[in-house]
Design a binder for this molecule. Structure first.
Ligand SMILES: *[C@@H]1O[C@H](CO)[C@@H](O)[C@H](O)[C@H]1NC(C)=O
Ligand SMILES: *[C@@H]1O[C@H](CO)[C@@H](O)[C@H](O)[C@H]1NC(C)=O
Length: 369
């Protein structure tokens, strides 16, 4: 038998050769670092390390997480940053306050988000001890010093410039500030449209600082359909209609945010800031949950009272047997399945969801530079 002409062996040998060549010629694409800032929509567990009432560290949070344990994520399972990490092929980001985030693991990125915070310093004061956004940015500076000690300053700048960023802010400035109580200090100070203008002007400073600190690809989420959350339905809705004042807040805030990002990009001369509009995505589910395989967008899976929207999701709450058919996991936060549909739009959505481009386009562009 002539081994030389056995096509399988010939193929195997050429593959060994070619594969060897390819693996050496093509530069090893290291997973891109990922940095996360913002509130409970994206907190991976920083608040577990704080004395605060804004926490998700007990059952039934995490009921569908791989470990089936609560991790501090405000979800039954994975949250939006986890699913983005999955898409970009990296490990989920660890909370910055987690002592396990050390050494080589730092090179993967970090999650600085803290449930309860907002754009403004006075947002979320009722939660006592939370990491306000200015502190998150300070931690990011500290992070860069730690990484510099590991790999040097030049490589650190490269890592940060080449990283993907996600920031989610704004919802709490309405829910846990302006609309928290009737006649709140902010609502006496500002009419809603003026408050939104003020928030946007403060958000501009935060994003400009993030750019100064080296961020070059930043996905910025809108507020989401605040008035349609089960917590708001429970307090304000007679027939399941969304709470109009909060919807108006989102209607004002989200387009001005897109405008801000466009302005910043044109000042910088590059598409650094990407509007990731979870708002319109969420509205798709809320307008027609059945079309997305959900049984309801009004009732939370975990909670109590009307719409399961009163109070918090705790070990004593009702918990639905099938989390996949609920848009909302708890009175405020989407289920893992809703998060998946949101992140799918981040990846491949049209400019209605991702402006000026989606994450798959970003990854393609950035892999060429
Ligand atoms: C919020 O607090 C930080 C740190 O104390 C401060 O630098 C910043 O100016 C404050 N922001 C506003 C809008 O007051
Ligand atoms: C979004 O992603 C899809 C799939 O990669 C692509 O075909 C489409 O053109 C993208 N849209 C935009 C606006 O970038």
């Amino acid at each position: 038998m002539d081994h030389q002409n056995n096509p399988r062996i010939v193929f195997a040998i050429s593959c060994i050769l070619i594969c060897f060549l390819i693996s050496n010629v093509v530069p090893q694409v290291e997973a891109r670092a990922f940095f996360v800032f913002g509130d409970s929509l994206v907190d991976n567990g920083n608040n577990n390390f704080l004395v605060t009432t804004a926490r998700a560290d007990s059952y039934p949070y995490g009921i569908d997480y791989p470990t089936h344990r609560a991790t501090g994520r405000f979800s039954n399972g994975l949250n939006i940053p986890d699913l983005i990490s999955e898409q970009i092929g990296s490990e989920p980001t660890l909370p910055y306050l987690n002592p396990e985030l050390d050494g080589e693991r730092l090179l993967n990125g970090a999650n600085f988000a803290s449930a309860g915070i907002g754009i403004l310093n006075d947002t979320g004061i009722q939660f006592i001890n939370i990491i306000r956004i200015s502190r998150q940015l300070q931690y990011f500076e500290q992070y860069q010093q730690r990484v510099s000690a590991l790999i040097g300053e030049e490589e650190t700048v490269k890592l940060v410039n080449g990283a993907l960023f996600l920031i989610a802010l704004g919802g709490n400035d309405f829910v846990n500030n302006y609309f928290l109580v009737p006649f709140s200090a902010r609502s006496r100070q500002f009419a809603l449209p003026d408050y939104v203008v003020y928030l946007i002007s403060e958000y501009r400073k935060i994003l400009a600082r993030l750019y100064e600190l080296g961020a070059r690809r930043v996905m910025v989420t809108g507020t989401g359909p605040l008035g349609c959350a089960p917590a708001e339905l429970a307090q304000h809705s007679r027939n399941g209609e969304c709470f109009a004042e909060l919807q108006q807040a989102s209607d004002l805030f989200d387009p001005q945010l897109v405008q801000l990002l466009t302005q910043l990009n044109s000042e910088i001369g590059s598409d650094v800031f990407i509007s990731a509009n979870a708002f319109s995505r969420n509205m798709d589910f809320i307008g027609n949950p059945q079309a997305f395989g959900f049984a309801t967008s009004k009732v939370a899976c975990c909670g109590q009272g009307p719409y399961n929207g009163i109070g918090l999701c705790t070990p004593l709450s009702n918990v639905c047997p099938n989390r996949d058919i609920y848009v909302f996991w708890d009175p405020y936060h989407p289920s893992e399945r809703a998060n998946r549909l949101i992140v799918e739009k981040f990846m491949i959505g049209s400019t209605k969801y991702m402006y000026p481009m989606n994450l798959s386009t970003i990854m393609l562009l950035d892999s060429r530079t």
